[in-house]
Design a protein around this ligand. Sequence first.
Ligand SMILES: [Zn+2]
Length: 339
Amino acid sequence: MKEKLQKIREEAVRQIEEAKELNALNDVRVSVLGKKGELTAVLKGMKDVKPEDRPMVGQLVNETREAIERTLEETKKKLESAELEHRLEKEVIDVTLPAKQNSVGHRHPNMIALEEVERIFVGMGYEVVEGPEVEQDYYNFEALNIPKNHPARDEQDTFYINDSIVLRTQTSPVQVRVMEEGKLPIRMIAPGRVFRSDEVDATHSPSFHQIEGMVVDKNITFADLKGTLAEFAKELFGEDTKVKFRPHHFPFTEPSAEMDVTCFKCGGKGCRFCKGEGWIEILGCGMVHPKVLRMSGIDPEEYSGFAFGVGLERIALLKYEIDDMRLLYENDIRFLKQF
Ligand SMILES: [Zn+2]
């Protein structure tokens, strides 16, 4: 029995030492120590050993098993480190290969234009405020001097949630919300999304953006309005830009005007860009109607103010010479990357 165990041990060690890879090592483990292995067979044969010899044989079997396991473990470690070394040698990284391309988005022309407008007005001491896109009819129309059945409501047909809640047609309701807070003086701009039930074409969209502006203080006159907006136009379109005010009508301002700027392409001589006019219409403005001030709890005898509204898309289209508004909403990165 002793010799048999000795033979199993020697044979196992020889096979282990010959093993060139981990798989072969495992084969040896199974054939010697596995369920049907040689050593296991010896253990199973213990019942044939005389009882008085069993402790001695049992100890021998254990010694043999331990010796084989030890050799297996040592060889396994050697083979593993050799394999790792081999793999590291093979897997050389070629740092000259081109990297995987990482694509990032691009700022939208609307956003670039908005940040420019905000920079200009914040520089003049204005605060940037926001208001809700889903707005009460009262703020969107009535508080701006557009009562029910006023014809201006037809021009600003919108989407109704119910009789008293609409998707706002303009950013002007933010004026009313700020005035109602009662903190005077006011110097604010309010950019945001607005809605009209318009069909989509090169210059219209059911959803677009406006920037509202308002100043309310003591002794604010039309001269303040003109000076402020002339400065805005120069900062936005260039130092040589001139402005022109044409009388207009808005329900919530009195007097009201539309402001044109000299064409920044031809300087006012007339070109294809300005359709030969030399001037480009840019925004609507006026002195806040006394009735609007009073409705928001401000005494028009003591305070006055001016307001203006400009289309953000209009500025982006003009400034970046984009001829179709629909391009702004397609979010095609090849288009956006140009700005
Ligand atoms: Zn021109």
